[in-house]
Design a protein around this ligand. Structure first.
Ligand code: NAD
Length: 483
């Protein structure tokens, strides 16, 4: 176990700790109490981390693929060995129910396991160009990869980005979110303990407008991966454009469960409910819209409202159905959006902080709006809380129009027994992932994940993620026969 709660947590750079200057606190959202204090790294610490990553790059990219793969496997095993306290730390830092944190640890391990295997079959191609030519491609790492992540799934998002980047020979500088930075700090130390060379994985905690901005603007970064909000994504995108740095953007969503009248509602309802309540709705791919055939709209709304009424709410460590939101700011933002929505849509349940929630924590009740106009704010804006907006549709084309009618396009689910309709609609939807009669909430580690429109571009997860952390070099050799 690595204890990060006893003293200010320093940046981890080049296999070592940097001196701590300014600090910031991370809170336990279940109680509102300070959980830990961390170094607030600025441009100088980011610079030190990028230099360490640059220095480590030649050795790491030259390391045999088999050796990198074995390290990834060892790291996956180590993460599983440390699962208990890592889950505790994630649970307390994010406020999520402990069983969800346990899943996050396992997913994190699986990303490294997947990358360990995938990198061994990642290769270039030989391209036929004629008898006097041998033309082939190599997949080379970008170099120094900067990774900026949000607070909602620190273990999973560190896992999915770092595994693909490091397996393919990049070195990494990661900036965790200030609201939940602890498990990425722990992972960097564990990686070092299992044998990752100094400088291959560097983690600099700090504030977004300081450490985050310094990293996204750094001229010696070769690839940027940003996961977070649309607003900050725009800033990071602009910074990347100035330095022509390749960029992956994983942004927000307003993902629909689209339910036809022939759907098996007994099967659909628990998944619809968990797709919006998981992590208190603070999931980029949360099922925050219910686009439902008018014939079954009222019945489905009643069933979801009944399930919401049975939800247990409490501190993450007690493993309720619904934990707190990440911060008072986030709770107040959700409350304001809900209050505004109540003026334009019918509030069926929730809408306030729950009565039975422990004092000090940032709780909000599961909230359901029905008969929502597709143009209403609550059907258009990402709330990032346990808030579901149900909108009726009249026919499949109407369903597609409503589902596609937001600025986002991350994931979508179709609930129907009609296979023609399922395939037709899956083809029509503007989304990076489409599920039929299930809801993946981001899917397994092997499924390419990412958005269209304001949900971003590029793909994390799956084999495609490893491809994205490489660039293609084409080599053509003239091969003349002997004279
Ligand atoms: P955020 O954009 O506020 O912060 C994300 C990260 O960016 C944090 O590390 C933050 O410190 C940093 N940051 C803040 N200002 C910065 C700046 N000026 N320059 C550089 N970095 C800066 O997002 P959040 O509130 O942490 O996360 C919630 C958002 O993330 C939601 O919109 C959610 O949908 C999105 N998200 C997307 C995915 C996905 O895979 N598509 C996954 C999880 C979360």
């Amino acid at each position: 176990m690595i204890d990060l709660l006893d003293r200010p947590v320093p940046a981890f750079v080049d296999g070592d700790e940097l001196p701590v200057g300014d600090t910031f606190d991370t809170l336990d959202p279940s109680t509102g109490d300070v959980l830990a204090t961390l170094s607030a790294g600025g441009a100088d610490q980011v610079d030190a981390a990028v230099s360490a990553a640059r220095a480590a790059l030649p050795g790491w990219r030259a390391t045999a693929v088999l050796e990198r793969s074995q390290l990834m496997s060892a790291f996956a095993a180590r993460i599983r060995d440390e699962a208990d306290w890592l889950a505790d730390l994630e649970c307390r830092d994010t406020g999520k129910p402990r069983s969800q944190a346990v899943v996050d640890v396992e997913q994190c391990a699986q990303y490294f396991e997947f990358a360990a295997g995938a990198v061994r079959v990642l290769h270039g191609e030989v391209i036929p160009t004629g008898p006097d030519n041998l033309a082939y491609t190599r997949r080379e790492p970008h170099g120094v990869a900067a990774v900026i992540i949000p607070w909602n799934y620190p273990l999973q998002i560190t896992g999915r980005t770092v595994s693909a980047a490091v397996a393919t020979g990049n070195t990494v500088v990661l900036k965790p979110a200030e609201e939940a930075p602890l498990t990425p700090m722990a992972l960097a130390r564990l990686a070092h303990e299992v044998g990752f060379p100094h400088g291959v994985l560097n983690v600099v905690p700090g504030l977004g407008e300081q450490a985050g901005a310094a990293l996204s603007e750094h001229p010696d970064v070769d690839h940027l991966s940003f996961t977070g909000s649309v607003e900050v994504g725009r800033l990071v995108g602009a910074a990347a454009a100035r330095t022509f740095t390749p960029l992956t953007l994983e942004l927000g969503g307003k993902s629909p469960n689209i339910v036809f009248a022939d759907a098996d509602l007994d099967d659909a309802v628990p998944t619809i409910v968990s797709s919006i309540l998981q992590n208190a709705g603070q999931t980029c791919s949360a099922g925050s819209r219910l686009v439902v055939a008018r014939e079954v709209h009222d019945e489905l709304v009643d069933r979801v409202a009944a399930a919401f009424a049975n939800t247990t709410i409490g501190p993450g460590v007690d493993d309720p159905d619904l934990g707190p939101l990440i911060s008072a700011t986030q709770r107040d933002r959700v409350a304001a959006l809900v209050a505004a929505a109540a003026d334009e849509s019918t509030l069926v349940s929730g809408g306030t902080a729950p009565d039975q929630a422990p004092a000090g924590g940032f709780y909000f009740s599961p909230t359901l709006f029905a008969g929502v106009d597709p143009a209403a704010t609550v059907a258009q804006e990402e709330v990032f809380g346990p808030v579901l907006a149900a909108t009726p549709f009249d026919d499949p084309r109407d369903a597609a129009r409503i589902a596609n009618g937001t600025a986002y396009g991350l994931i979508a689910a179709i609930w129907t027994r009609d296979v023609d309709r399922a395939h037709w609609l899956a083809n029509e939807l503007e989304a990076g992932q489409v599920y039929v009669n299930q809801y993946g909430a981001g899917g397994g580690v092997a499924l390419p994940f990412g958005g269209v429109k304001h949900s971003g571009h590029g793909r994390e997860k799956g084999f495609e993620s490893l491809v994205g952390y490489t660039r293609t070099k084409t080599i053509a050799v003239r091969t003349r026969a002997p004279r």
